[in-house]
Design a protein around this ligand. Sequence first.
Ligand code: SAM
Length: 252
Amino acid sequence: MRQAVVWLLNEKYGGQLTDKAKRDITRLQKGEPIDYIIGHKNFCDCKIDLRYKPLIPRDETEYWVQKVVEDLQSPGVCKFTDPRTLYCLDMFAGSGCCGIAVLKNIPKSHCDFVDIEDNCLKQIRFNLKLNGIDKARYRIIKSNIFEKINGLYDLILANPPYIGLGEKNKVQKSVLNFEPKKALFAKNKGLYFIEKFLKQAKNYLAPERVIYLEFGYNQKKEVAKLLKKFNYSNFKFHKDQFNKWRFVKIRA
Ligand SMILES: C[S@@+](CC[C@H](N)C(=O)[O-])C[C@H]1O[C@@H](n2cnc3c(N)ncnc32)[C@H](O)[C@@H]1O
């Protein structure tokens, strides 16, 4: 706790213990995540504001999104060497961190952001402005997964809610009490949104393009079954920086 207080004071108040700082320390003592109190998080060289309380971007997500950016920057890896614009879809966008990382780091790119929650749509708009992204380079779409989506994308990024309802007791109290439940939990052992997403995603992917999907550390086997069920044949699982299975790169 002491370390968190010092960090908060330095990060937000230049080390000064003002009245507002004291109120923030009380929030911290009540268990609120420090990133909400500081109000933003850095993610792949972008500043991600959190005022509308989307899911706080996780380091595990930043790890694979950084790899996506690096892939896109290395000619040949993802075959995005053509001079035309890269079309990206950030499904389950939340704060917008994944798609904004692409827009900020890949100059010739466009991104559609999809979320079902109004606070997330506001947050995405705010963060796009904050990061100086030109309005012509994105659309923000309120949709239940693919319901309002048409067209083909070169790159689909997805970090769906994937914690099983039966796993609530394994989730940190501060997460349970303060972060949006709709961003975290899913029916069917956490696989409900992953299954819905995989069933449809290939219909929105341009030939030879790529999907990146994040999942829970204990879901690799089930995700592999779903990939087979929906006839995906070209995919590779990857671990995160903590050596846990975390994401799958799928080519269609
Ligand atoms: C795990 S969060 C991911 C947020 C962000 N992409 C990230 O990586 O930090 C999942 C997001 O999916 C959104 N969501 C939940 N159900 C949805 C649905 N049926 N259609 C679209 N988005 C949904 C939630 O509002 C939440 O923002």
